[in-house]
Design a protein around this ligand. Structure first.
Ligand code: UDX
Ligand code: ADP
Length: 469
């Protein structure tokens, strides 16, 4: 059975992927009714309010333009599934924290429960689009669950349509993507379903950017793209350590190699390490997949990307401690930036979390400021997740979330800059210096500050990949 004209789209999962993706779909397809559903009522209420649950530049405008017209946020999952001809599955797929594949494999319980729900309430024919990042062959599992639980006279086509947006630039990425990837079954019905989905994207994306592949290639491409991007960051971060040891400057090296058109200039910014919900999860997934096919060498090659990332975070903190006269116990340290990158309030796998944890283990008092991360989120990441009651109580006393950058530095020994927020460049650093204990240190883990200017004020300015020695 085929479907050409989609009038109702349902998106299961109103998170960082589902929310922006389907809001832009609604913007570009005014004749299609898009309903984004979620089990989490508070999240849906926030999508329906003035303060959206995620911070993403440009998102407010898109939502305001479409909400109540052809874009709806709801907890009535069954009704929305029932009415839709095409369903995006955008639920979370975190790394498993227990059992087989713990710490590496993706936990597919949210995908499975969404699939069971679809099977239970569906009548007629539906196109199910896998949007969440999933391990290769997930589409097959999705199909099995749907076919073994569906009612009579129902049929499904499963497509893989991975999302490549990056947080902080999601709306721009969605409006003008490098490519749209659609994977489907190599049958007449499979090709028809791919054409149906492509017809939605064609409203704003040129034909040549819409790529179609088989299901497994599409699923694997998403993991591979993220692994390649993360691998570039680990590569330049590994070189940052060598730059520090030899007196080279990693930005200069990155610029020099980036002008080679075969290498290219992007994703070569040395940092305290990559974070975010995707890179680590997807590489772990890839490693697990390789091991399950006995591809040991391939698995250890990709595992090294994660190992270097962990090394970078550890060595950054070791350097901070060494410079602060080998102890941070009882010292007040201002942390600038807690999000995993600028222009987002998301802290999933943020390098700041590990950096703060290492400093807390050493007994430092942290005064954290981030323009977009809430106090509750910092507390959830650093205090509530403490492994024991003892460490919970201890970290409760050592973690302070500040309302502004000047409050955070009052009487502090050092500033540790973890996120590359633009506003960090605009502060009055003389005022900051005056508020700090001397010698006043700044450790720039993003290589964004003006070293010369800060040293002119009197700071000891230590920049990753340059003068950490
Ligand atoms: C990533 C992919 O870019 C996106 O295509 C995919 O859909 C989801 O995963 P995201 O994690 O949102 O997106 O952000 P990204 O811009 O890729 O940054 C990831 C991490 O790498 C951040 O912590 C960032 O600060 C870091 N990074 C990025 C560097 O340290 N150096 C760089 O040069 C680039
Ligand atoms: P991502 O970054 O992949 O979008 P998020 O965690 O931000 O991940 O969003 C995933 C959303 O999916 C969450 O809001 C979660 O409540 C929702 N979700 C998970 N399972 C289901 C389900 N079975 N039905 C509806 N929503 C679900």
């Amino acid at each position: 059975m085929t479907l050409n004209n989609v009038k109702n789209v349902c998106c299961i999962g109103a998170g960082y992927v589902g929310g922006p993706t389907c809001s832009v779909l609604a913007l570009k397809c005014p004749d299609v009714k898009v309903t984004i559903v979620d089990l989490n009522r508070a999240r849906i209420d926030a999508w329906n309010s003035e303060k959206l649950p995620i911070y993403e530049p440009g998102l407010d405008d898109v939502v305001k333009k479409c909400r109540g017209k052809n874009l709806f946020f709801s907890t009535d999952i069954d009704d929305s599934i029932n009415k839709a001809e095409l369903i995006f599955v955008s639920v979370n797929t975190p790394t498993k924290t227990f059992g087989m594949g713990k710490g590496r494999a993706a936990d597919l319980k949210f995908i499975e429960s969404a699939a069971r729900r679809i099977a239970e309430v569906t009548t007629g024919h539906k196109i199910i689009v896998e949007k969440s990042t999933v391990p290769v062959k997930s589409a097959e599992s999705l199909k099995k669950i749907l076919l073994s639980n569906c009612k009579k006279n129902t049929s499904f086509q499963i497509l893989s349509n991975p999302e490549f947006l990056a947080e902080g630039t999601a709306i721009m990425d969605l409006l003008n993507p490098d490519r749209i990837l659609i994977g489907g079954e190599e049958t007449e019905d499979g090709r028809a379903a791919m054409a149906t989905l492509a017809s939605l994207y064609r409203r704003w994306i040129p034909e040549e950017k819409i790529l179609t592949t088989n299901l497994w290639s599409s699923e694997l491409s998403k993991l591979t793209a993220n692994a390649f991007l993360a691998q570039r960051i680990s590569s330049i971060n590994s070189i940052s350590a060598l730059c520090e040891a030899t007196g080279a400057d990693v930005d200069e090296v990155a610029k020099a190699i980036g002008t080679d058109s075969r290498i290219g200039p992007k994703f070569l910014k040395a940092s305290v390490g990559f974070g975010g919900s995707c890179f680590q999860k997807d590489i772990l997934n890839l490693v697990y997949l390789c091991e399950s096919y006995n591809l040991t060498e391939v698995a250890s090659y990709w595992q090294a990307v994660i190992d270097v990332n962990n090394y970078q975070k550890r060595r950054f903190v070791q350097h901070v401690i060494r410079k602060l006269f080998n102890t941070v116990t009882g010292k007040k340290i201002a942390i600038y930036g807690f999000a995993f990158k600028k222009d987002t309030g998301d802290t999933r796998e943020s390098p700041s979390i590990d950096i703060c944890r290492y400093l807390l283990e050493e007994g430092a008092q942290l005064h954290i400021y981030d323009p977009k991360v809430t106090r509750q989120q910092v507390t959830a990441d650093l205090v509530d997740s403490a492994v024991s009651q003892e460490s919970y109580e201890e970290s409760q006393g050592l973690v302070h979330v500040c309302q502004g950058p000047y409050e955070a530095v009052e009487g502090s020994h050092a500033i540790v800059l973890c996120t590359e927020w633009d506003e960090f460049l605009l502060y009055d650093y003389q005022k900051i210096y005056d508020k700090m204990l001397k010698p006043a240190y700044i450790f720039d883990g993003r290589k964004i500050l003006n070293q010369e200017k800060l040293e002119g004020i009197g700071f000891h300015c230590e920049i990753i990949g340059k003068n950490f020695s």
